[in-house]
Write a protein of this length. Structure first.
Length: 423
């Protein structure tokens, strides 16, 4: 066994007991997510199922969850849907209905549904590279790509890191370009002390099992704009006018379409992406412990980054205001041999991981994007290409033991960078 390398980063030192050589066969049993739906959530679910004639389709629980979420985030309106992808789709559809089509500036590192929503709604996606410290879009590049045909910038806050900066927010405002925030991976994170998801015209959240909290499947769209709120509510339910909150809006449609039954006026050719009372009741139960869990996650991330060897791994992420449900493990150098060592060590230790970080890395390498933009476009984005091959995420859940985090850092730090035998 190679000699131990002491931790060279600042922050919590690794206790001496954990620096003892660790058997490669020790299984840390560390999944991407654990225990994200708990007995209290199941109890809440059972409670909603017990009345003699339970109402389970979208009703008062959904409405209560939307209101509680709006209060938590500090926005005026929230619309609960059946996934984060549906939140993406409805947001961009509402944008199209309000602003018309054109170009939307998007990051190369994001989830496929962000780009799919842009394409499906008839916009042209204009890609930008990433900022390695936030993993979000390179905001300077995004500003440079704004053109007369730009309708919006659709930014994703990656794996808990804030992707905004003051210049970017100010310049978008000054130039009148709407910002849409995808906060599916980052809720609870802040910029200048304010929660992400409150800066954009609209923002998106996902409650998939592996995220900060879960409604099994689910998503939320948030906005302060009353007109967009009505449009989103209609788009969620087939485009039906009766879903609008405003009686005035509903009446104006009825007056203009006297030949139609007011119950069946379809303002938009839309979708059904509603969720159910069962998902909402789980969300309401989960929301009660979100802040507490997020604090634990933030402590975990700092412990992880502070104990990684900064000569081998990137440790200078933009942690201020961050709130991650996954640790980002990005190799400092493009070294395929070292990368193989890292992956086999994670496997040996039973640490589940995903290569490429969010969404599997550079979206432009995906078959759908190559069909759209050609086979070589992906080459133009070096920062995301590094993360595509040498970036990983691993789980960060509230009851993840500190001891496991330190053991993993110790094992990763011991790996040699050179071509020598596996340590
Ligand atoms: C950034 C981002 N946006 C959107 C989504 C889609 O969310 P969902 O899985 O709930 O459809 C995800 C999924 O993980 C995501 O990471």
């Amino acid at each position: 066994m190679a000699p131990q390398t002491a931790c060279r980063s600042s922050g919590d030192p690794i206790p001496r007991t954990l620096l003892a050589p660790m058997s490669c066969r020790e299984n840390l049993n560390w999944p991407l997510m654990r225990n994200n739906i708990q007995q209290t959530d199941i109890d809440a679910l059972i409670h909603v199922l017990t009345p003699e004639v339970p109402i389970l389709t979208q009703s008062s629980q959904v409405e209560a969850f939307e209101q509680e979420w709006s209060r938590w985030l500090d926005v005026r309106y929230s619309v609960f849907v059946n996934s984060g992808s549906s939140a993406n789709l409805l947001t961009i559809a509402a944008l199209k209905e309000t602003y018309g089509t054109g170009e939307i500036i998007v990051p190369t590192l994001t989830w496929v549904s962000d780009i799919a929503s842009v394409i499906h709604c008839g916009f042209k996606p204009v890609f930008v590279d990433i900022n390695p410290r936030t993993l979000g879009m390179d905001t300077a590049q995004a500003l440079k790509k704004i053109a007369p045909q730009t309708v919006a910038v659709f930014l994703t806050h990656i794996l808990g890191y804030n992707g905004l900066d003051a210049k970017f927010v100010a310049e978008l405002k000054e130039r009148g370009v709407p910002l849409i925030e995808d906060v599916c991976e980052s809720y609870g994170a802040t910029f200048q002390g304010r929660k992400l998801g409150t800066f954009g015209l609209m923002s998106n959240f996902s409650f998939y099992y592996a995220h900060h909290m879960s409604t099994i499947e689910g998503g939320m769209i948030c906005t302060d704009d009353p007109k967009l709120f009505e449009t989103l509510r209609m788009l969620r339910s087939h485009g039906m006018v009766r879903e609008a909150r405003s009686a005035e809006l509903r009446d104006s449609y009825s007056r203009r379409h006297p030949d139609l039954n007011p119950d069946f006026i379809f303002a938009f050719p839309a979708y059904n992406v509603r969720s159910t009372e069962m998902n909402a009741v789980i969300g309401r139960s989960q929301l009660k412990r979100l802040d507490e869990n997020n604090k634990l996650r933030t402590d975990n991330l700092l412990l992880f980054l502070n104990n990684l060897d900064p000569d081998k791994y990137q440790t200078d992420f933009a942690v201020e205001g961050s709130c991650n449900y996954a640790f980002t493990l990005v190799l400092k150098h493009a070294n395929p041999v070292f990368c193989e060592r890292v992956m086999s060590t994670l496997r040996e230790l039973g640490v589940e991981f995903r290569r490429g970080t969010s969404g599997g890395g550079n979206q432009l390498r995906q078959p759908y994007a190559k069909r759209l933009l050609g086979d070589t476009e992906f080459e133009k984005y070096p920062a995301v290409n590094h993360v595509h091959f040498y970036g990983f995420y691993i789980g960060n859940y509230p009851d993840l033991e500190r001891e496991k985090i330190l053991k993993l850092c110790s094992a990763l730090n011991r790996l040699p960078l050179n071509e020598g035998p596996h340590a």
